[in-house]
Structures are given as C-alpha cells and as structure tokens.
Design a protein around this ligand. Structure first.
Ligand code: ATP
Ligand code: MG
Length: 140
C-alpha cells in the first residue's frame, strides 16, 4: 500500500470539550502525520458545499447547523494507507456501533455529534483537501 493523504475534521462537539489534543494524539499514534492543520469557523456556505452529497438526506439541515455551531480543526493526514487507517481509528459513524478504543467510541456524543470526519476514498480526500487548503499550506 502506498503513502496516501486524507482529510480530517475535528468537529464542534469535540472542540467544545477541549478534545482536539487527545484526538490528534490518537491519529498520530495510528501512524498518521498531520501535514496541515488549522482551526476555523465554517461558514454556512462552506458546510453546505462540503456536505453537498448529503443534501437530500433528512439530517442535512441539522448537520449544517451543527458543523457551523462552533470551531472545527481541519487537517490533512499522510501515511501508509491513510484513508482506511483514519477510518479505522475513527470508528463507525454511530458511536454505539464503534469498536472499542476508536475515537468515536471514546468521544462521540451521538450519530450526528460524532467528533470527527474522515474522507471515504482517495478521490474524495483530494477534493476535500482542495476545499480547505492551498498547496502551500501542506507543509509536511
Ligand atoms: P463523515 O463523512 O463525517 O466522516 P461518515 O462517513 O461516517 O462520517 P456519512 O454517512 O458520510 O458518515 O455522514 C456524514 C455525517 O452526517 C456523519 O458523520 C454524521 O455527523 C452525520 N450523520 C450521518 N447519518 C446521520 C443520521 N442518521 N442522523 C444524524 N446525523 C447523521
Ligand atoms: Mg462520509
């Protein structure tokens, strides 16, 4: 498996509880390198654009409201098989189904307020990285 990049968000439920450091540590312990990171407040337009694939889903409005309710930390992660490795350390979308030791099992509040986002494929990772970062911001 080659070195890949993936995109991660530490969501508002986690920034509110001061859990950015412990979540970043979990990612690093899994062998992922944080090659770019910034704390931002997402605009409504950004959140709607980012989650555009879900715009017909019943939870879309609530999801946009949640993602704009407080600061988030957007990050680019790099490492061996990074997309799958990040999804593995994150755990299942619904924390009640997440494996022991995963970020969502440890920290998520519920299926919406689930502490982290991670790209689901290398192609979406490339798009999501470009959505939030310029090439010059990927500092290694
Ligand atoms: P993410 O894309 O955030 O990494 P995911 O790929 O595990 O999570 P998706 O199906 O892409 O899950 O859903 C995107 C986000 O929408 C979820 O992380 C969660 O915050 C929210 N969400 C998903 N399903 C539901 C639901 N049934 N009710 C409320 N919110 C939901
Ligand atoms: Mg997803």
């Amino acid at each position: 498996m080659a070195i890949q990049r993936t995109f991660s968000i530490i969501k508002p439920d986690a920034t509110a509880r001061n859990q950015t450091g412990v979540i970043a540590a979990k990612l690093e312990e899994a062998g992922l390198r944080i090659i770019a990171s910034k704390r931002i407040r997402m605009s409504r337009e950004q959140a709607e654009g980012f989650y555009g694939v879900h715009k017909e889903r019943p939870f879309f409005g609530d999801l946009v409201a949640f993602m704009t309710s407080g600061p988030v930390v957007v990050q680019v992660l790099e490492g061996e098989d990074a997309v799958a490795k990040n999804r593995e350390v994150m755990g299942a979308t619904n924390p009640t189904e997440a494996a022991e030791g995963t970020i969502r099992k440890l920290f998520a509040e519920n299926i919406e307020r689930n502490s982290v986002h991670g790209s689901d494929a290398p192609e979406t990772a490339a798009e999501e990285i470009k959505f939030f970062f310029t090439d010059a911001e990927l500092v290694g």
